[in-house]
Design a protein around this ligand. Sequence first.
Ligand code: GLN
Ligand code: ZN
Length: 770
Amino acid sequence: MVQSSVLGFPRMGANRELKKATEAYWGGKISKESLLETGKTLRAAHWKLQKDAGADIIASNDFSFYDQVLDHIQMFNAVPERYRKYGLDALDEFFAMGRGLQRPATESSPAVDVTALEMVKWFDSNYHYVRPTLQDQQTFTLSEEPKPVREFLEAKAQGITTRPVLLGPVSFLHLGKPDRHASVDPITLLDALLPVYEQLLTKLAEAGAESVQIDEPVLVLDLPEKTKKAFAPAYEKFAALGSKIPKLILATYFGDIVHNLEVLPKTTAGVHIDLVRAPQQLDEVLEVLGSNQILSAGVVDGRNIWKTNLQKAIETVEKAVQALGTERVIVATSSSLLHTPHTLASEKNLPAEVADWFSFASEKAKEVAIIAKAVTSGPADVRSELEANAASMKARATSTRTNDPAVKERQSKITPDMYNRKSEFPNRITVQQAHLNLPLLPTTTIGSFPQTKEIRINRQKFTKGEITAEQYEKFIEQEIELVVREQEALDLDVLVHGEPERNDMVQYFGERLNGYVFTTHAWVQSYGSRCVRPPIVVGDISRPAPMTVKESKYAASITKKPMKGMLTGPITCLRWSFPRDDVHQSVQAEQLALALRDEVIDLEAAGVKVIQVDEPALREGLPLRSGTEREAYLDWAVKSFRLATTGVNDNTQIHSHFCYSEFQDFFHAIAALDADVLSIENSKSDAKLLKVFEDETYPRHIGPGVYDIHSPRVPSEEEIKGRIEEMLAYLKPEQLWINPDCGLKTRQWPETRAALKNMVSAAKFFREKY
Ligand code: GLN
Ligand code: ZN
């Protein structure tokens, strides 16, 4: 029979129980035992839920208190000395690597002050993983009672034999990097790492695991030769262990593996491929599979929320069955369901018509089971499910919600001049300087200030109707005033209104645009305890009314300093939403760009002299492999940013912001945006990365972040001076801005004030030097 499988389940819980417990633990409000108990309860509930849904193969070790890659770092004892030296409790050491730790000395323990390990995007998703940070003489040993074994036994005690999931050795190393003062090439550590995998796999077999899902998602990338060459020795070694270790299902996702087929191990029990993102790879993969290898066919989308077209999925799986037989095919989710919300059942406010088009993690677990059943015993067994699904597919395709002729009409009238500013940068910057009158090395922030408990409570009250719109607006105005006064006291140069009215930088806009629907519980983990609730694009997008003008105008009216308006760019709005899967993303981006263009022009008219359009998702949208798809993306992504931002006069300064610093292969796209000022995340990377701006003699202004905002730790003035000094080695003082890495919404006020105070002093120190 064809079995069904789920590659991983979201961890947070239906009501974000994990987030709440983790943050309570960090805040000293609950004990470690209590946090561990919450994790255990969630795992048990999620295993049961998948089993009840009918899934045959259920993952374990997909759970994590912060991030699954960080779990591996700790499990392999690849913890850098700067954390290890404190002799922290394992869980605290784990969180210290994830988010940094700053703690005063107590009678029994010394003070702790350590920054977090670097966190980067997981492939092209909005999930962030902690990067393995490796030393020149890196050694690996397996921790006692490794987590995958523990969790496997936990599920077994519950009566469920799970399939543990591990990140494979080649991906673990390829996704890692040398530590700051090290020069090791991670992949050269393979020999040192493999024995640890062997031990771990052996232990899993002893515990009773029949199979293990070993993720090697790097197979979807363009790989350097040395990484490709690492697959054979690794997987031959595992094959040599025979039945001493569980059967391995090597999993790939988020793209096709056709370009790497020659290194795909033929010795594993099976291979998983993503047939949602890359359906065209099926034939070629079928052709090269070893004679006993199983194909795990990822036909249920792990990255989006649309109901699976069951008929189409069944056809795909049947094709595999024809080639391999029912015993060698598994129906699976395309990737872990980590990237989808927990359950549609929590959504009480969605229009019924639209809700019928969606499928979240819990529903997807049922979909794989239905597909497997249909293929195994014929459609008769699941006739009513298939009929309902076909009806739903048809209703969506023909709904008036998906189609707005006025939007299409406007798109057809876009002219080439709508992509260009009135003058070139050198002319613009001169009039902007006169207009804004800023000092050298101007200081600013990225937009948000702490989202306090009070803000959240008032927003909730307003949502629940406990306070009137007028009362809520008054409250927001007070918050804006407070943030403005704080910034004036800190003597920042370009102020922001602080974004107190925004629950989230994308959701906020989704709620104000036609073509979107939004949810109440559809949270997805972004990093650590942070979750986002992406709105869903269901139809053509347009702006019925201004979205941010009232707040920015008010903020500008209460200060003499220049106020920066704050918008989320078209690509980020799209990428951090669940996009439509029935219309190309470039069309959706263009619709968003037109809506934002109107907003930018309205802000300018309201007296806002600086407008920042955030595009932190621009880089993650880059197709994973080079080639035509990537070129096409860069073209439409850059165009949509320009369409959104170029409608203003020369004296209005356009800023843009990016939460990453990987510009080596991306520089030309960034430059092509033609933004007057860029702010980029930089504090956790080497200032050397800025060299690309120097080499390319980047003509415009740029603010590389001078401190990390993901961590509560306060950088000292000296530390920030050090960062600025490094930056000045690559950038001219006239083009340098001083700002944090990103927005401050996740921080508390005391640390925010202290950090910004040090930042402003550091900027002033250099200002006087020049
Ligand atoms: N303006 C946003 C903020 O400050 C930017 C957030 C982001 O780039 N992720 O919160
Ligand atoms: Zn950012």
